[in-house]
Design a binder for this molecule. Sequence first.
Ligand code: SF4
Length: 280
Amino acid sequence: MESHVEKLSEYDEHLEILGDRNSYSKTDHDAAFMRMKEDAMRNGQTKPGYNLQIGTENQYITDFALFPNPTDTTTMIPFTESYQERYNRYPDRQVAASGYGSEENYHFMEEHEIEPFVKYNYFHKEHRPRYVVNPFSPQGMYYNKEKDYYVCPMGQHMTPIGIKRGKTENGYPTESTIYGDVNCEGCPLRSSCYKAKGNRTIEVNHRLNAYKQYAAELLTSEEGIKERGRRCIEPEAVFGQMKADMQYKRFRHFGEDKVKMDLAFWCIAFNLKKYCKKAA
Ligand code: SF4
């Protein structure tokens, strides 16, 4: 033990710096390793960085925040909270890509009366003109809402047999109903229906489905089509100007505080430059 004490305390130190993250950079303890779009070696090598989120309106940067996690889903709530801290109110609506469309995020927007113009993972696929819903999937089966049962393609009623509860990374509780109680033995559709052993069961998250349906209604409305069109020329255009036109591709400081300061000055300069150009 004595010979390992030094190494063990070194590991403790690493774990303390690491916190909830799964990596950190030795040269910048606040940066975590992520896959970058720029991949000169073409081997998916990870590099230390921050996940930068920006909010824009008419191509002016209204808010920004840096996150140590590479996925966007979990950044939406803290990012919207940062907007609330800055402006003392929540935005009226949020327009975002499908990476942000989770039950937790939809619930947060509902709680704060924010209109969710936010896509979910299968939104585009579902709205293709040639999209045909799979009759063996829960979406393709008839659902009787009053009596709470699904009808499988062979006409058997799938009734609730249990509840599956879970928690997201942020501790948000999720709940899915499991439907089953059918006899699949000898069913001629068995091979097309499912591959697992025993009788078939399906899991349905009704709350998430309701959120998705509401988001889809908004996104396909006249207003939604306009907002979706604007999304491509809002944050994406700002990122384009930032990275391609102005070559601001790397932070020049180490540590989150300094990086934030660097970025804040850059955003002020960017907004002023845009304002002067528009005013001229
Ligand atoms: S395999 Fe079972 S669930 Fe699938 S269609 Fe046949 S009876 Fe229905």
